[in-house]
Design a protein around this ligand. Structure first.
Ligand SMILES: NC(=O)C1=CN([C@@H]2O[C@H](COP(=O)(O)OP(=O)(O)OC[C@H]3O[C@@H](n4cnc5c(N)ncnc54)[C@H](O)[C@@H]3O)[C@@H](O)[C@H]2O)C=CC1
Ligand SMILES: O=C(O)C(=O)Cc1ccc(O)cc1
Length: 387
């Protein structure tokens, strides 16, 4: 169990912990450790980022009087992480050093190449937790709760590996041991290429007319949420993992070419004599339906393989949809009525359309609870939308 919010939990992390890089990741971690009672020191090349993290209560700014850290977490952008790790290994000869960068093989290779014997105190790691905003201002002490935290222990001492695994567990994450190469291939598929695809999609919206954008629903919002991410950070991430990312983009290009080749012949005008004679586009373009069905079916299979909440087995929740007036306290009343009906909300999303005075609340609940909840909410005057 996480030590956060549980004062009686026994902490395994030995402090002080020095966090180098007090942006989103570093400050989130520092807040979580501070909340759990671990002494945290902060350092950043940007005085403003450092001051913000300190003012948020993430820890003390490290200075020449600070005690020696037992554990150092480098949470800088990936392109400078190896250099910072090497510098910290050198400056603190008894400390274990980890980094949380989103790419691992290149950083590990550089640290092992230049770190000598000291590199045995280095354990690369990567919490699979984040968001589309950067900087300390977006930090959240609960960021790591229930998330996997990859630990790359090749070449490190067992003690160093244990210190990093303990860190992950103490902030509520689950350590997952991998090699750097396994990690980089995995994150290309589950994080880096999804980021680029989301950006590709959103980039097309730059020139989409405003009245078309006004029609956007949750589907577009879901697929473009991470397109709001920081271009500078992601450039460093993608360049740092260019091999696995380029491999997967080539496979995606193959899929895209097959799809385009399949549907292009169906793009006939309704006034075209061929269309008028055949009566439908599918007859004129025999491969079109197959190309789309094939992609969609493969997509269904891939999507069903994504593990559910807390990284567990995929689970199908039932969705209860409720119209919520756009007024203060409405959502609070809905949650309270769901609680009084004895139902736990497993997940929640809200869909808004511009110019409407109500939003659609989508409550994910256990399938067995869905019908009873719909009836209970209906009885309390809520407008339940049956899809
Ligand atoms: N943003 C995300 O969702 C996730 C990011 N990561 C990784 O965590 C690391 C940090 O990412 P974020 O916190 O999102 O970035 P961020 O941009 O919010 O924070 C990075 C911080 O590092 C500081 N910094 C830059 N160079 C430095 C140096 N040489 N010495 C000391 N401080 C330095 C910056 O001033 C900034 O405050 C990156 O390596 C990223 O790949 C890992 C998981 C999720
Ligand atoms: O928001 C999401 O879906 C993420 O995948 C967050 C994330 C971003 C970058 C990472 O290196 C790890 C996790």
């Amino acid at each position: 169990m996480s030590a956060i919010g549980n004062p009686s939990a026994v902490l395994s992390t030995r402090g002080p912990v020095l966090v180098v890089g007090t942006g989103l990741l570093g400050t989130s971690l520092a807040l979580a450790l501070t909340a759990a009672g671990v002494p945290v020191q902060l350092s950043d090349t940007s005085p403003t980022s450092l001051a913000l993290a300190r003012d948020m209560g993430a820890g003390q700014v490290r200075d020449e009087h600070s005690p020696e850290p037992a554990l150092i977490v480098v949470a800088t952008p990936p392109d400078v992480a190896a250099g910072v790790v090497l510098r910290e290994l050198d400056a603190h000869p008894d400390a274990v050093v980890t980094d949380v960068a989103s790419v691992k093989a290149r950083i590990a290779a550089e640290v092992r190449r230049h770190g000598g014997w000291d590199a045995r105190r280095y354990v690369g790691s990567h919490p699979m937790a984040g968001r589309e905003r950067s900087g300390a201002g977006a930090a959240d002490s609960d960021l790591f709760a229930g998330r996997p935290w990859v630990v790359i222990a090749d070449g490190a001492t067992p003690e160093a590996e244990l210190a990093v695994r303990n860190l992950a567990v103490d902030v509520g994450a689950t350590p997952v041991r991998m090699t750097a190469a396994e990690h980089d291939a995995a994150v290309a598929a589950v994080s880096h290429v999804p980021q680029l695809v989301s950006s590709l999609l959103a980039a097309r919206l730059e020139t989409t007319p405003e009245n078309a954008l006004g029609l956007a629903g949750q589907g577009l919002r879901d697929t473009t949420r991470i397109a709001a991410s920081d271009p500078r950070l992601w450039s460093a991430i993608v360049v740092g993992n260019a091999g696995p990312v380029a491999d997967m983009l080539r496979q995606l290009r193959g899929d895209l070419d097959r799809l385009i080749d399949g549907i292009a012949p169906a793009a006939v005008s309704p006034d075209d004599p061929a269309y008028t004679a055949a009566g439908d586009a599918a007859t004129i373009a025999p491969g079109a339906v197959g190309a789309i069905t094939d992609l969609m079916t493969r997509g269904n299979a891939g999507q069903a393989r994504i593990p559910g909440k807390h990284g567990g087995a995929p689970r199908r929740y039932a969705q209860v949809q409720v119209l919520v007036p756009d007024s203060a306290g409405s959502l609070g009343r809905l949650f309270s009525d769901v609680g009084e009906a004895g139902v736990n909300i497993e997940d929640f999303a809200m869909e808004h359309s511009p110019g409407q005075s109500a939003g659609l609340a989508m409550l994910s609940v256990m399938p067995a609870a869905a019908q009873g909840l719909e009836e209970a909410l209906d009885a309390r005057g809520w407008r339940v939308v049956v899809s």
